[in-house]
Design a protein around this ligand. Structure first.
Ligand SMILES: Cc1cc2nc3c(=O)[nH]c(=O)nc-3n(C[C@H](O)[C@H](O)[C@H](O)COP(=O)(O)O)c2cc1C
Length: 209
């Protein structure tokens, strides 16, 4: 690994490229990744922290930038869900390798309205609805137990809609800080950090690479 060295060729990022609103800037970068056909353009690595201060991470999918934050869906009883329950402060990173772009968000996660979770659950393919409904996410299980649960639920509900479990739903991460990182040659990268001031307005500054 010590010999793996990637040179960044991108043109870089200037103040003039950036939107005053970091959520609009985030939307622009996600849209560009989607439009370019990058694999998993909405994958984000989400960090949560346990009650005793132990961070943990996992990949989830960003499903929207709206209502002042970033929305994803999961099980509220999962490890991440329980950790968010105890400490709403989270962070996530998105990395679009072919664009040499990284975005880092720091903020607080809040559950979305039940109606919003219902609507999104109903829009998922039948198989995903079944898996989400039977999975006690993050609990130890056997493959045989999982498959038996799927079979039982499929008999009960042979087609969509499958009822949404009460403990499945969305979180919206409301940011206090967003950083946009753009790779440049010889590691002289561009980094711009927005953070929310006491008066609620966004302040922007360039950070050293
Ligand atoms: C590409 C990718 C997308 C994923 N999307 C989600 C998602 O949107 N929601 C989710 O709960 N888990 C998703 N997962 C699974 C999570 O990474 C994780 O295994 C699961 O949420 C349990 O995490 P936890 O035990 O830390 O709470 C995804 C995994 C990958 C690799």
């Amino acid at each position: 690994m010590k010999d793996v060295r990637e040179e960044y060729h991108a043109d870089g990022l200037t103040e003039a490229d950036l939107h005053d609103d970091p959520l609009a800037q985030a939307q622009r970068w996600v849209d560009e990744a989607i439009d370019a056909g990058l694999p998993l353009p909405n994958a984000m690595t989400l960090a949560t922290v346990s009650a005793d201060g132990q961070p943990s991470t996992r990949v989830v999918l960003l499903k929207g930038i709206e209502g002042g934050g970033f929305t994803f869906f999961t099980h509220y009883d999962s490890r991440k869900g329980r950790e968010i329950e105890g400490n709403a402060r989270v962070s996530f990173t998105m990395f679009w390798q072919p664009f040499d772009r990284q975005m880092i968000v720091i903020g607080e996660a809040h559950k979305v309205d039940e109606e919003e979770s219902q609507a999104y659950f109903a829009s998922r393919p039948y198989g995903s609805q079944v898996s989400a409904a039977i999975s006690p996410q993050s609990q130890p299980v056997t493959r045989e137990w999982l498959e038996a649960q799927v079979e039982a639920l499929q008999q009960q509900h042979p087609q969509a809609p499958v009822p949404k479990p009460a403990q499945w739903g969305g979180y919206r991460i409301v940011p206090t800080e967003i950083q946009f990182w753009h790779g440049r040659p010889s590691r002289l990268h561009d980094r711009f950090r927005y953070f929310k001031q006491a008066d609620g307005r966004w302040h922007r500054e360039r950070l050293a690479p």
